[in-house]
Write a protein that binds this ligand. Structure first.
Ligand code: SF4
Ligand code: ZN
Length: 307
């Protein structure tokens, strides 16, 4: 198999683009997908101060690398969830990666905040992954706003976005369909959120990270049920094999035509007001934000246990 650009030996075949690349041409292809995606949807300005959420997976580390290569002012943010060896491994991969590349890094340690996930799981009767997601979003936004970052970037790729869109479509969830996309502008106490990998698939990102020698953490979280969107991703993987390019067409069509239509309908229906949490000041639609409510429940449970 030859590279479609330079005719050297190809190492990556991409049926969705009907092409194949050698390592150098693949690098150019990938970086162009990212930079074009940013330009097309106006995700970032040249002077944005970008906080990149780093989980330690190949997507987040690949994103950090790509944004730094494109010349953006990037700082990593890792949330150490305190989940046994899985969190230790994730943190060490992130720290080594940033030290090796010379990228600035911030770490929020939930153990130090008194809310490591295992403690919450033990005492609070709620699905741990939804609590975990809530805490991660809370700290991403808090650090971004408090430390003066103008954008928060996450490593969601095309497969993540398609799976989410598919789930939202199955429920015809107008609120989520009106908001979904690679750009959420800053508003109401929320930092601007961007997903610069929205045009590249999981496979394409994995290849990029592999060819760049980017290490990543692959010790699964013990709380992972594997359920989140996995079934939808399988459906789309099969669809993509049968009809290469389906994912790009589905998501691209939504961004062009679907999302604006849903945004127009839903905009009229927005009834709730976003106010600062009375405890921590972070934005919420009720008096006390979700994270502070969980903290309160945890404190009550720990006090009851101590009695
Ligand atoms: Fe958090 Fe759940 Fe992911 Fe574990 S699997 S890191 S608990 S969201
Ligand atoms: Zn709060």
């Amino acid at each position: 198999m030859k590279c479609k650009v330079c005719k050297a030996e190809a190492v990556v075949a991409l049926p969705s683009h009907n092409t194949a690349f050698c390592p150098d041409c693949y690098d150019r292809f990938f970086m162009k997908q990212v930079s074009e995606g940013i330009r097309k949807r106006k995700l970032l300005e040249a002077d944005d101060k970008v906080l990149v959420a780093l989980s330690g997976g190949k997507d987040s580390l690949g994103l950090m690398y790509a944004l730094a290569e494109l010349g953006y002012n990037v700082t990593g943010l890792h949330i150490d969830l305190g989940i046994f060896d899985s969190s230790k491994k994730a943190r060490s991969v992130v720290e080594d990666f940033c030290a090796d590349k010379g990228y600035p890094l911030k770490v929020v340690e939930l153990e130090k905040e008194g809310t490591p996930m295992p403690l919450i799981k033990k005492h609070i009767n709620r699905p741990i992954c939804s609590v975990c997601g809530k805490f991660k979003r809370h700290y991403f936004n808090k650090v971004a706003l408090e430390d003066g970052y103008t954008a928060l970037a996450t490593g969601h790729n095309l497969d993540d976005e398609v799976a989410r869109l598919f789930a939202n479509t199955l429920r015809w969830d107008q609120a989520y369909l009106s908001d979904q996309g690679p750009l959420l502008p800053a508003e109401n106490g929320f930092a601007k959120k961007v997903k610069p990998l929205y045009r590249v698939s999981e496979f394409e990102t994995a290849n990029f990270s592999f060819l760049k020698g980017i290490p990543y953490h692959h010790l699964p979280c013990p709380y992972s049920s594997g359920a989140s969107f996995t079934g939808h991703k399988m459906i789309w993987r099969n669809q993509e094999i049968r009809s290469p390019g389906s994912k790009r067409a589905f998501y691209g069509g939504f961004l062009e035509r679907g999302q604006p239509a849903f945004a127009a309908i839903h905009h009229k229906k927005k009834e709730y007001e976003v106010v600062p949490c009375t405890k921590c000041g972070c934005p919420t639609s009720v008096g006390i934000c979700g994270v502070c409510r969980i903290r309160e429940q945890l404190d009550e449970a720990l006090a009851a246990e101590a009695r």
